[in-house]
Design a binder for this molecule. Sequence first.
Ligand code: AMP
Ligand code: GLY
Length: 423
Amino acid sequence: MRVLVVGSGGREHALCWKIAASPQLKKLWCAPGNPGISDVAECVDIDVMDIPTLVAFAQDNQVDLVFPGPEAPLVAGITDAMTEAGIACCGPSKAAAQLEGSKTFTKELCDAANIPTARWERFEEPEAAKEFVRRRGAPIVVKADGLAAGKGVVVAATVHEAIVAIDNILRDGAFGAAGDAIVIEECLIGEEVSLFALCDGEVALPFGSAQDHKRIGEGDTGPNTGGMGAYSPVPVFKPELEQVAMDRIVRPALAEMARRGTPFRGILFAGLMLTAEGPKLIEFNARFGDPECQVLLGKLRSDLLPALQAACDGELGHFDLRWHDGARIAVVMAARGYPEAPERGSIIRGLDRAAAVPGVQVFHAGTAADADGTIRAAGGRVLTICASGADLAGARAAAYRAVDAIDWPEGSCRRDIGYRALA
Ligand code: AMP
Ligand code: GLY
């Protein structure tokens, strides 16, 4: 197969690494990719949002399968455009990607399909929203309706904080059109877990679960980020709970999407809160998580490529995935200043030494290479250091041994990834 992966992060490096190991692969491209990805795929300099150029590239190069990593091109309709051009694309259509693109859409779908989630209300007027918050009290959650790069959610501990968030989004337009409306929700209490399913429009195949650490600081403190680390398995998310989440959340959502004539194909990511009343949906995403993807693909024993093909063909009903035992962890190394204003340009050394630690993979996210091969930081989240082991403690020790082998004074990471499972 001739395959094109779209994206440039650690998630896409892990995807290319796994796809490159497939005996079915003939040729792999990644657009735009990064210096680490260029070890396993040919990088082509096309922006993820330049859909016409991506389609033309896929046509000119007889690409058999496209896999978009990030949400933005999915929400913008890359799957529709590829499909129209006769190219299989393993991702949701623009209509189905609304599960990530609009909080209101997802909340209405939850109500229609009786999916457990936080009680909610939608507002376009700041005064009405504030009145609602004053009536309900804190803690309460305020969310921009549209895509806001993971920054559009405020879990407000006080009414004042919620009111500031309402003004910020609705009155001051902090997120542009993504904040033309807000959703205000009940605050759910419990452990968070990310559950993934590969979907073919009708069938959802469990694709594993992981716990992400979204906050920048150790002990889960400070501002939210794209994710500072993840691990799997998650001890509190017992197989029975995963079954409940598949049956009450993922499968009803898939059935409702199919019933509406907008079936969901690709990776469905359910962000869950494990509450005292059972798993509840926080949000859906229409793609793999980053860094959850780097964790899960290292646990996948089966060849990924035929599974993605089967999802495109609507054949997952005849499919089975096999997984490695043991645990896996991902530690994100970020540039100084992340998430507000990451510094770019610092030199990173010792990556080969880190990758030589047994059980470890080093995935690039925001890196750039000089002409002589020198690697520099070129983004907020710069590297994902992954390790597999017999158990989480072993995987974690290997991951931090690899981190310590990297010579990058301007970079940092959380030292406590996985602590909730090890406590
Ligand atoms: P989201 O972008 O929807 O994933 O939200 C970002 C983070 O905000 C989540 O990972 C949760 O930690 C938190 N969050 C979102 N909605 C709720 C909720 N209803 N109750 C508690 N925490 C929430
Ligand atoms: N790590 C969370 C996300 O990818 O949305």
